[in-house]
Design a protein around this ligand. Structure first.
Ligand SMILES: O=C(O)[C@H](O)[C@@H](O)[C@H](O)[C@H](O)COP(=O)(O)O
Length: 234
């Protein structure tokens, strides 16, 4: 079953709606299980969402955060999704430091060793309540790019990605299986340049052509788009 589409009037309304939804989903997870685990994403919309979440009422002490993908660069690189997330949100709210589960940074270990470490941490963390995914103009999600090997990787894992068409070239990414293991998976996308990706997201293209079409959650898969990104489907 493809994603459930929700269209907001513009980018600002999309980010506000996504932040409201995320605050509510976090509260539901905490009520049900005593904690919430959210896999956040990079990209401009993903970071704007985190900044907006900081203005919502969230039980930060019971929130855990990890990433659905990360750039394999130095820990303090401005290219790190985690650095951008800390600036936008995590350094501004009282989330316990040991609740922020960054994917490994480039620190002398190999990218493959980093992927193995990240997979074992993901297994230790247990079920993800909400996985957030931005969407590229080429229909990529996380760091799973059309025509690249990662989209075919089996299992619920974090994999090494090389030669990423979106810089930087070395990355770590949830597999489609890891994404599908999430209770809720939300695609968040804005802008006319993403309209074809949104059309593909709601279609039946294979994963190699359109990874976005294979984003799934166990109980919920949402496609949260602004009117420009949804212009070909709504
Ligand atoms: O690490 C990354 O680059 C992101 O995870 C990537 O998947 C991003 O979410 C999309 O490319 C959308 O980015 P924009 O919202 O900036 O278009």
């Amino acid at each position: 079953m493809s994603a459930e589409l929700h269209v907001a009037a513009d980018r600002a309304a999309l980010v506000a709606d996504a932040a409201d939804r995320l605050a509510a989903a976090i509260a539901d997870a905490i009520a049900a299980r005593g904690r919430a685990l959210v896999a956040v994403t990079g990209g401009s919309v993903g970071i704007e969402l985190l900044a907006a979440l900081g203005e919502r009422d969230v039980d930060w002490e019971r929130l855990h955060v990890t990433w659905s993908d990360e750039r394999y660069v130095a820990a303090d690189s401005p290219d790190r999704n985690a650095v951008q997330a800390r600036e936008a949100l995590l350094d501004r709210v009282p989330i316990p430091a040991d609740h922020v589960h960054e994917l490994p940074a480039a620190d002398g270990t190999t990218l493959d060793q980093a992927a193995l470490r990240a997979t074992s941490v993901l297994e230790w963390l247990g079920p993800v309540d909400v996985t957030l995914l931005g969407v590229g103009p080429d229909a990529h999600i996380a760091s799973l790019f059309p025509g690249m090997p990662g989209v075919d990787e089996p299992g619920e894992r974090v994999i090494a990605v090389r030669d990423s068409p979106k810089p930087p070239p070395e990355r770590l990414s949830f597999t489609l299986g890891a994404i599908a293991a999430s209770e809720r998976t939300w695609l968040i996308v804005a802008g006319a340049d993403k309209a074809e990706s949104v059309r593909l997201a709601l279609g039946d293209a294979d994963a190699a052509t359109a990874p976005v079409a294979h984003a799934r959650g166990r109980v919920e898969t949402l496609l949260l788009a602004d009117a420009e990104a949804a212009s070909l489907v709504a």
